[in-house]
Unconditional design. Structure first.
Length: 198
């Protein structure tokens, strides 16, 4: 399956927004992101969905016990799982800025486990991969997760993964952020960005 060269939805022009849509966009811009996040381009069709979605996202991205580096690791794993190009491209930059090294990011892109020297990062990786790939967290891993991250931290991690699954699916369904955010490292080598076999 190829990658479209054009987003299926765009944010309506300012003059086309309803008062409720305009208010929700202004709230997002006034928040910690300082802009309308990409999935809101789709969610704005239901302004209350957009409001609640972006508010939950801001909470999970900025206000948990996980550091920015730890959160970005989970988000990249989720983006890689769903091959969400826009998600990956946006959060790769944020992960690098938060201190996640390029070697670890490249390993995730190729589906390999990074070599972490930090127990928290290792647990975040293991829990994320287990939950996304097997839909479960085995008892031993769960025990390690709560010991290292605390119950609250583990709940927050699972919530980040769930939220960014929603984000990734939204971005993929409506092909938002394409073609400008195609991530070559996530592309199937048998296809070009246009979907034509090479």
């Amino acid at each position: 399956m190829g990658i479209s060269l054009m987003a299926r939805l765009n944010l309506p022009e300012q003059a086309e927004l309803t008062n409720e849509q305009r208010t929700v966009c202004e709230e997002a811009i006034a928040g910690k992101r300082g802009k309308v996040p990409a999935p809101m381009v789709a969610w704005i069709r239901n302004p209350e969905l957009a409001r609640r979605g972006q508010t939950l996202g801001a909470l999970l991205r900025f206000d948990t016990t996980l550091s920015a580096r730890e959160s970005e690791l989970a988000i990249l794993i989720c983006g890689r799982h769903w091959l969400s190009h826009h998600e990956w491209s946006a959060h790769k930059k944020l992960a690098l800025a938060a201190g996640l090294d390029a070697t670890s990011i490249n390993a995730i892109a190729t589906g390999n486990a990074p070599d972490f020297d930090d127990q928290r990062m290792e647990i975040i990786y293991d829990v994320s991969i287990s939950l996304l790939e097997t839909r479960r967290i085995p008892d031993a891993l769960y025990a390690r997760g709560t010991q290292v991250l605390s119950e609250r931290g583990l709940v927050e991690l699972v919530s980040i993964l769930g939220y960014y699954c929603l984000v990734s699916l939204t971005l993929n369904a409506f092909e938002l952020g394409l073609p400008e955010n195609v991530a070559p490292e996530l592309c199937d080598p048998d296809f070009s960005a246009s979907g034509s076999p090479q």
